[in-house]
Write a protein that binds this ligand. Structure first.
Ligand SMILES: NC(=O)c1ccc[n+]([C@@H]2O[C@H](COP(=O)([O-])OP(=O)(O)OC[C@H]3O[C@@H](n4cnc5c(N)ncnc54)[C@H](O)[C@@H]3O)[C@@H](O)[C@H]2O)c1
Length: 403
């Protein structure tokens, strides 16, 4: 019996047929997009991965677990799954072993913030390709836990990138977010710092390639609006939207993961874009979607009427939340790649010698739990970071920075 049965019975005397919309199915979520789903040609990705040793961090998460599934299908020699959540790791490990990948799998409960533990894993696995998806991503939670956010998103990323270089991996793909562009949240700023480090490393050496991939919001991912609205609809509403005008770029998990694998393979296959210049891949996601429209479409997808069966309530912007999100800056030069819908941006960079001491400041203050000093250090590295308070007001002036 579906959790919706009671609800539909309540509204329509039990006569209404329960619709088959399932927020966990990419195909159902695709119906909420204002564009046809992108089908990225995966031949280059297959060629890149077949026979290689691949290590995936955050392997138990939404993006990480789909990376595991799609990578496994391309016949890697070895697949190492890294996560510090026992339950998340257990679920994907079980799924993959049941799917017959037992002989190539290694699952390790490793915290990316613990360098010595990570080094042991890298020595053992000797990965050719590293896909880094472990992170904290929830804007309000990271806003309230800034030291923890900086540790996972900055120190964790640094540890993974450094360990990959020491293990002489061919390439590292860093999963980033459009919240890193002109960040208004601490979470977005920490992701931008990790991007800066990946970019600087890419330029500074020729052994390991570092590629960053930025997404918009992944429909159906843990903690995203689709599961939230589903839960609210199941409880009979209200469905909460922070602002009537708020909009986001959306993609499905399948599209996001295809983009990650495509970025890795374009980078090694297409000589025209293979310069060590720290560029960032983005997906052309079409037009942004108003969250209010998405809420209405989801209510309708369940066979109910917005405002009649289910109330939509506006709750006000949360600290760090933007009305609109950009996927790149107007000043970023965008270049088409050989793959349809995949674009390359060239955001600003900071050279490694200048970046390293500032990065160390961020990490030290986060380790010491010095929140004010941490805020200063983050602003110093990401001067475009303009935090917003509740209801989107500017909470603090931008700090000047000489790069
Ligand atoms: N979901 C989205 O809408 C979305 C959109 C754009 C970008 N992204 C980015 O993709 C990445 C992954 O997002 P997701 O939706 O899969 O998140 P998720 O929370 O589902 O998965 C993250 C995984 O990382 C693991 N993890 C967290 N800290 C760790 C640590 N210290 N050591 C090891 N593992 C750790 C978690 O246990 C979890 O399994 C994030 O960087 C996020 O910013 C996500």
């Amino acid at each position: 019996m579906s959790v919706f049965d009671d609800l539909f019975g309540k509204f329509k005397g039990g006569k209404r047929k329960v619709p088959s919309f399932n927020p966990q199915k990419d195909t159902d979520l695709e119906s909420l997009l204002p564009r046809p789903p992108r089908r990225i040609d995966q031949r280059a990705a297959r060629k890149l991965i077949a026979g290689k040793r691949v290590l995936i961090t955050g392997a138990g998460g939404t993006i990480g677990s789909e990376l595991v599934r799609q990578t496994a299908a391309f016949e890697p020699a070895h697949l190492a799954l890294v996560d510090n959540s026992e339950f998340n790791l257990y679920l994907i490990d079980l799924e993959m072993r049941e799917a017959g990948f037992d002989s190539i799998m290694y699952s390790t409960l490793t915290d990316v913030c613990r360098r010595e533990h990570l080094d042991r894993t890298f020595k053992l696995v000797q990965p050719d390709i590293v896909l880094h998806a472990a992170a904290f991503k929830h804007v309000p939670i990271v806003e309230q836990n800034r030291c923890a956010g900086a540790l996972t998103n900055v120190l964790g990323a640094k540890n993974v990138f450094d360990a990959a270089m020491e293990a002489k991996a061919e390439s590292v793909v860093f999963v980033s977010t459009d919240k890193a562009v002109n960040p208004t949240s601490f979470m977005g700023a920490t992701k931008r710092i990790a991007e800066l480090y990946a970019q600087a490393l890419d330029v500074a050496q020729n052994d390991t390639r570092f590629v960053t991939v930025r997404f918009g919001n992944v429909l159906g991912s843990t903690g995203s609006v689709a599961p939230l609205f589903t839960r609210q609809i199941a409880h009979g509403g209200p469905v909460t939207v922070t602002h009537p005008e708020i909009s986001r770029y959306f993609m499905t998990t399948r599209e996001a993961v295809q983009l990650v694998l495509q970025a890795a393979s374009l980078d090694s296959a297409e000589k025209s874009v293979v310069t060590h210049d720290g560029r960032i891949f983005v997906l052309d996601m079409g037009e942004p979607v108003k969250i209010l429209d998405l809420a209405k479409r989801m209510i309708e997808a369940y066979g109910l009427t917005p405002g009649v069966d289910i109330e939509i309530r506006f709750t006000g912007l949360r600290p760090g939340e933007k009305l609109f999100e950009e996927i790149f800056l107007d000043t970023d030069k965008l270049v088409k790649t050989g793959a349809d819908g995949v674009l390359l941006a060239s955001p600003a960079m900071i050279d490694l010698p200048l970046l390293n001491p500032r990065l160390c400041d961020v990490i030290e203050h986060a380790l010491d739990g010095e929140q004010e000093a941490l805020d200063e250090a983050v602003h110093h590295l990401v001067p475009e970071f303009q935090p917003t308070g509740a209801n989107g007001e500017q909470a603090r002036q931008n700090r000047p920075l000489t790069r």
